[in-house]
Design a protein around this ligand. Structure first.
Ligand code: ATP
Length: 320
């Protein structure tokens, strides 16, 4: 393998730049050339290739976002778009491709590998942590830390005014950001798409905590259930305490990656290139039980994300 391509696709996530750096430096170490493809599959189809050298990736390990930029590209869902993508790869004599993104991006990678024979390796880059085959995706840890920082600040003001804070976090259909930020911030209640909630039960928990001397409450709501505004409105109708909604929003997607995300990025990028070096394609890399792993793309994208009910029970037992 002499020349590889690299793109970031779907929603951006902190740690993508650190992964770009790791891919480029590892490839150069093994004597390969690297072309960055800007704006994900859109740039692949529209021929937006840039050579990446050792110094092209200096000073980005600590930056959020993605130097290559990212896009959602409907054309990649069509046969014409896919053929154009493969033609562009051929034009630049790209022997293998690394795709950093979420499950949608992996489906694109699967098409390139399976239907067009382009050896492709996927690196899981999404704050949502919604991929079952890997314990963590790149960006999740940083996003949760951003939520914690904001929830800590909300707790200060909510306690002073004896209010209830309803905090909306991202994650689409996956409740992991809500679960982890809820547990780590000491939130009393989390509302996630995986578990039905009952407003009477929420009110009962709030009343119980107030009766035991608590002066504020934090409720973390995953965006996949409803907005903070909607939840706060419903809750305000049935509680005597003042409720204040906060939507953390896109702040969760930015910021300097945490140590955990930088370490994942270094290892994922390195592993992806090593696989291509060995002539292995059609895989995704991940982490399971603290070990860097790789798995068939098709197997990985077909696994259904399982919610961690044990962690949820832990929250129920320690947050009151
Ligand atoms: P995030 O989890 O952050 O949203 P993602 O990678 O899941 O990231 P998507 O928008 O679902 O984000 O997918 C990114 C891009 O991957 C799409 O815009 C499209 O170009 C490509 N893609 C998604 N699904 C397919 C598919 N079935 N076939 C080919 N390409 C696809």
């Amino acid at each position: 393998m002499k020349r590889i391509g690299l793109l970031t696709s779907g929603g951006d996530a902190p740690g993508m730049n650190a992964a770009i750096r790791s891919v480029v430096r590892t490839a150069i170490y093994f004597g390969m050339e690297v072309y960055g493809i800007e704006r994900g599959y859109a740039g692949l189809i529209d021929d937006e290739f840039v050579p990446l050298e050792m110094r092209s990736v200096s000073d980005i390990v600590q930056r959020g976002g993605t130097k290559l930029r990212t896009a959602r590209c409907l054309e990649m869902l069509t046969k014409e778009g896919q053929k154009q993508a493969v033609a562009t790869l051929d034009k630049h004599k790209i022997d293998g491709l690394v795709v950093i993104g979420g499950d949608g991006s992996f489906r694109g990678a699967k098409v390139l590998s399976e239907e067009y024979g382009v050896p492709t390796i996927g690196i899981p880059g999404t704050i949502d942590n919604d991929l079952q085959y890997t314990d963590y995706t790149l960006g999740f840890d940083t996003a949760v830390n951003t939520c914690l920082d904001i929830i800590n600040k909300l707790r200060d003001t909510m306690t002073s005014h004896e209010r209830i804070s309803v905090v909306e976090v991202m994650g689409r259909h996956c409740g992991d950001i809500a679960l982890y930020s809820g547990i780590a911030s000491g939130a009393e209640i989390i509302i996630v798409p995986e578990i039905n909630f009952d407003m009477e039960d929420v009110v009962m928990k709030i009343n119980r905590s107030r009766a035991s001397g608590k002066h504020s409450n934090i409720i973390v709501v995953a965006e996949g259930v409803m907005s903070a505004d909607q939840f706060a409105k419903q809750l305000q109708e049935v509680t005597e305490y003042t409720v204040r909604p906060t939507c953390i929003g896109h702040v969760q997607r930015g910021g300097s990656p945490s140590m955990a995300d930088r370490m994942l990025a270094a290892q994922f990028g390195n592993k992806a290139v090593r696989l291509l070096c060995e002539g292995i394609g059609n895989r995704v890399v991940g982490i399971h039980k603290n070990e860097i792993i790789d798995m068939d793309i098709i197997e990985a994208v077909s696994m259904k994300k399982q919610f961690n009910y044990e962690l949820y029970e832990t929250l129920q037992m320690i947050s009151m």
